[in-house]
Design a protein around this ligand. Structure first.
Ligand SMILES: [Zn+2]
Ligand SMILES: [Zn+2]
Ligand SMILES: [Zn+2]
Length: 159
């Protein structure tokens, strides 16, 4: 996994994510309803985290406004299925490109362009869980955000 370049075939990202979401939901017997699919597509609209209010706003622009609780339930479903990850510091969400390999969200967040990607470090969860256990702590959920500069922004020069 590499950090998405400023210009890349993002239509491909969206198409691949939606196809994989449909495949995973079918395999698990989970229902990817029309609204859940629309919310997922909106989250995938860019690599920048998007918040619930912005999602509601965008859904309203379709002329088929959705009630806030409906959107929150759709987000909960997408989170449960690992199709999106929460980005706590931005109070937003990003799409996950690998929902077929369940994992905790480990977010690389560029402080200049605001885009996010995932840190590919499979050993990390186990290391953190082991360290938590060593302190007698039972870890249930792990989230991790790493702020910095993406390759393109770093190439533009220091802050
Ligand atoms: Zn993309
Ligand atoms: Zn992910
Ligand atoms: Zn950047």
């Amino acid at each position: 996994m590499t950090f998405p370049a400023p210009s890349h075939d993002h239509d491909h990202c969206i198409a691949a994510a939606l196809a994989l979401a449909e495949q995973e939901c079918r395999r698990r017997g989970a229902r990817l309803t029309e609204l859940r699919r629309r919310v997922l597509a909106l989250v995938w609209d860019s690599h920048c985290p998007i918040g619930a209010y912005a999602l509601l706003d965008r859904l309203g622009h379709d002329g088929r406004a959705a009630a806030p609780p409906t959107v929150y339930r759709a987000l909960d479903f997408l989170l449960d299925q690992g199709l999106i990850h929460r980005v706590p510091s931005r109070n937003g969400y990003i799409g996950c490109p690998r929902p077929d390999h369940p994992h905790a969200g480990r977010i690389l967040l560029c402080r200049r362009c605001g885009r996010a990607s995932e840190l590919d470090a499979p050993d990390l969860d186990a290391a953190i869980a082991a360290a938590a256990t060593a302190q007698g702590f039972h870890a249930h959920r792990l989230s991790l955000e790493i702020e910095g500069l993406c390759p393109a922004c770093h190439a533009d020069g220091p802050e």
